[in-house]
Ligand binder design. Structure first.
Ligand code: DAH
Length: 350
């Protein structure tokens, strides 16, 4: 009796066709669910004489298996036809949905442009870790034990003794390059740096620098000046002048701060401040970075013979240069991800 029922159900299963989700659900109700015909057969089990149970079980399980397989088959069929009918529903005359194209961040634009200029002078690009040890961030760079930059208020320490910190400048990469390479070295190291500063329009707890390093025999201060002069003219225009003011950094000797001229006397208005003079404060010069001849101690700390080799180094703030280039007044805009700001650089030409 059960055998005949089972065969009848199997035939029904095979003949059941579905064209949509409702019909699929109807199949599930009729053949798969607890209250389905197959479920009912299972329910009869308890009334079957013990000696026939085994055979009964086998027959019912077979039907169940057949129902499951057919169910899977129908799901697959439905998926496939969905694809076909879906394609037919596309209206080819509708305008396309526009691709949301992003724009290159202004800091990346300027960084790439800086790299481009120095690459043409034979500099390669090197990178170092943002989490740095005391040796590479301070000690190898000739910072004395009690230098204020090491203090908690300037540096984000991750661990003390041994000290591990978020790098405070990209000068740490100089040391890493010198430790691993032999002169001649000409390298540019762009990257993010961190300082414990209150966030304002002019300062942030993270910003970007680009470091330059040139080590070879007979590298002189004249080479440093000419290199940076060429860079400034390339980036800010051929009329740009450069001024070096004596300064101090532990890792360079002598050290200088580098200013570029602004267009203060231009009757049409300076390209940096538009005539307001609030960037150069009426002096006609704006600072863009520090530089100097690499201190012999730094060369020796990094495994380079200071009797044979000399070199220069420089470091510049990418935010600062970008603000000057695009007349941006608030450094916080760079990290707020406001697309109204970022979109303005879509066709920026550097
Ligand atoms: N590391 C310095 C800073 O963060 C910038 C700097 C100055 C880098 C002079 C140099 C350099 O390589 O020679 O303020």
């Amino acid at each position: 009796m059960v055998k005949r029922q089972a065969e009848a159900i199997k035939i029904d299963l095979q003949q059941f066709a579905v064209e949509n989700a409702e019909q699929l659900e109807a199949f599930r109700m009729r053949f798969i669910s607890k209250k389905s015909v197959v479920g009912e057969l299972f329910g009869l089990m308890k009334d079957v004489a013990p000696e026939s149970r085994k055979e009964f079980g086998m027959i019912v399980n077979e039907v169940k298996q057949a129902a499951d397989n057919r169910f899977k088959e129908l799901i697959e069929q439905l998926e496939n036809t969905k694809g076909q009918t879906g394609e037919m529903l596309i209206d080819l005359t509708l305008p396309p949905v526009p691709n949301e194209l992003g724009t290159i961040h202004p800091l990346s634009l300027v960084r790439n442009r800086i790299i481009e200029i120095f690459e043409r002078m034979g500099f390669n690009v090197s990178e170092g870790p943002e989490i740095e040890d005391d040796w590479h961030n301070f000690t190898a760079l000739n910072f004395p034990e009690n230098h204020p930059a090491r203090e908690m208020q300037d540096t984000f320490f991750i661990e003390k003794n041994p000290d591990i910190a978020l790098r405070t400048h990209t000068s740490s990469v100089q040391v890493r390059v010198m430790e691993n390479e032999k002169p001649p070295i000409r390298t540019l190291s762009p990257g993010r740096v961190y300082r414990n500063e209150a966030i304002s329009a002019r300062a942030h707890c993270f910003f970007h620098q680009v470091e330059g390093l040139y080590i070879d025999e007979n590298v002189s201060f004249a080479d440093l000046k000419q290199t940076l002069y060429h860079f400034a003219k390339e980036l800010f225009g051929p009329e740009t002048k450069v001024r070096f003011r004596p300064s101090f950094f532990p890792f360079t000797e002598p050290s200088a701060e580098m200013d570029i001229s602004c267009d203060i006397d231009n009757p049409k208005g300076c390209q940096l401040c538009g005539g307001s003079k609030n960037i150069c404060k009426g002096t006609g010069w704006v600072e863009i970075g520090g530089a100097g001849m690499v201190d012999p101690n730094v060369l020796e700390n990094s495994g380079i013979d200071s009797e044979k080799y000399t070199g220069f180094a420089f470091g510049m703030g990418i935010e600062r240069i970008t603000m000057l280039k695009f007349q941006i007044r608030d450094l916080r805009l760079f990290s707020e991800n406001d697309v109204r700001f970022l979109r303005q650089f879509t066709s920026a030409n550097l």
